[in-house]
Design a protein around this ligand. Structure first.
Ligand code: FNR
Length: 381
């Protein structure tokens, strides 16, 4: 397929754009408000310029790290993203899970996944699996989801704390985008322009969250689901309740200050996931790469720091690691692959980043990822 021949992540994005109706592509591609954080999160990596060590033996490259307490062959893994069947109506999460299994990297399932946790688990039996939690007003739903994740063999849990209210993703209401996509005056022409997608959608089950028995999110915009059903009274006490309820590796995703990193650990987190939700929540938030050293300094070395946002190149992964991340999560990079070519497209996205990371370590003269630090980075003035 064309996706299998993509040279870089941007090629996969172009293919995704050609396959998806505009409103669906915009849901992946877009960010909040003026999309300043979205753009800067990608562009900021270029401001960190590189030096390298000359004449180092690079015959053996070691890209291993730790993800949710387990060894990982690569320094990046799959971030949780809602309703993958939007981007590949037939397989969605299962295509991504199979690709994660193939590469041996961890898979995170969103609270709003569109495939069952047990099926995801069967598609990725041997890699670490992480359940992402948004807190519903009804705590019974949360507890049931945690239990179901445990039963399905998920070993890690991440509580996302930057989405208590939905960011203003202006492309969605402009496109009158809903989950599942509904045809209306605005969307019908966009959908008709992508007959392959339309056919897939109509010959597959209705697209939406499937891990809540009896919960109907049908026809609401994603932002409305968040605003109506998620709990705004949530505080650190609730996070602690959840860490205890889970009882295994536990991350808090979307902390933005060193003080909150410390609080996360004090309330039971084994990992601090530094993220601005890929620029989809509050606009003009700080690019994650700028925050990492203060986050790393604030918590004990045995606490994992996970970073994400704007990663489109292996060099972006390496720069995040050099600035203090233990591992890096990818979102849009694999979603573009999924939309471009299903499982083959996700395989390609992972392969592109893997080759980049290995080549990058060689070019930097740092054969062991674990030896990367800030000494080879200079902030462009
Ligand atoms: C997300 N993200 C996200 N995060 C989360 O905790 N739960 C979720 O359900 C979702 N859903 C979601 C959907 C889509 C379409 C995107 C693009 C992102 C955020 C995600 O986990 C991650 O933080 C960002 O995607 C990282 O930025 P990049 O790699 O996409 O630039």
């Amino acid at each position: 397929s064309k996706a299998s021949r993509a040279i870089n992540i941007d090629d996969l994005r172009t293919l995704a754009k050609a396959r998806l109706p505009r409103m669906v592509f915009d849901y992946i591609d877009g960010g909040a408000e003026d999309e300043i954080t979205l753009r800067r999160s990608v562009d900021r990596y270029a401001d960190y310029e590189l030096q390298w060590n000359s004449l180092v033996d690079i015959s053996k490259i070691d890209t291993t790290t730790t993800v949710f307490g387990q060894p990982s062959p690569l320094p990046f893994f799959i971030a949780p993203t809602a309703a993958s069947r939007l981007f590949h109506p037939k397989e969605g999460e299962l295509a991504v899970a199979r690709a994660a299994q193939k590469a041996g990297i961890a898979y995170s399932a969103s609270t709003l996944a569109s495939q069952k946790l047990a099926d995801i688990s069967a598609a990725a039996p041997d890699v670490p699996k992480i359940i992402q939690i948004y807190v519903w007003k009804d705590r019974g739903i949360v507890k049931e989801l945690l239990d179901r994740a445990k039963e399905a063999g998920f070993t890690g849990c991440v509580l996302t704390v930057d989405t208590i209210v939905a960011g203003a993703r202006e492309r969605d209401p402009r496109n009158r985008f809903t989950v599942p996509p509904r045809l209306n005056r605005k969307t019908v022409s966009q959908a008709l322009a992508r007959p392959g997608y339309l056919m897939d959608m109509f010959t597959s089950p209705k697209i939406g969250p499937v891990n809540f028995e009896g919960l109907d999110t049908g026809g609401r915009g994603v932002m409305n689901v968040i605003n109506e059903l998620f709990d705004r009274t949530m505080t650190w006490k609730d996070a602690e309740w959840m860490a205890n309820e889970w009882g295994g590796p536990f991350a808090i995703k979307g902390v933005a200050t060193a003080e909150d990193a410390v609080r996360a650990v004090d309330h039971g987190a084994s990992a601090v996931w530094v993220s601005n939700h890929g620029g989809r929540q509050i606009d003009t938030s700080v690019p994650v790469i700028d925050l990492l050293p203060e986050m790393r300094a604030a918590v004990s070395p045995k606490i994992e720091i996970i970073a994400d946002g704007g990663v489109r190149r292996g060099s972006h992964v390496l720069k995040l690691i050099a600035r203090g991340a233990t591992s890096v999560a990818i979102g849009r990079a694999y979603l573009y692959g999924l939309a471009a070519g299903g499982e083959a497209g996700v395989n390609r996205a992972i392969r592109i980043l893997k080759d980049d990371v290995e080549r990058g370590l060689g070019l930097l003269g740092v054969p062991r990822l674990a030896d990367l630090d800030e000494t080879l980075l200079r902030l462009r003035s």
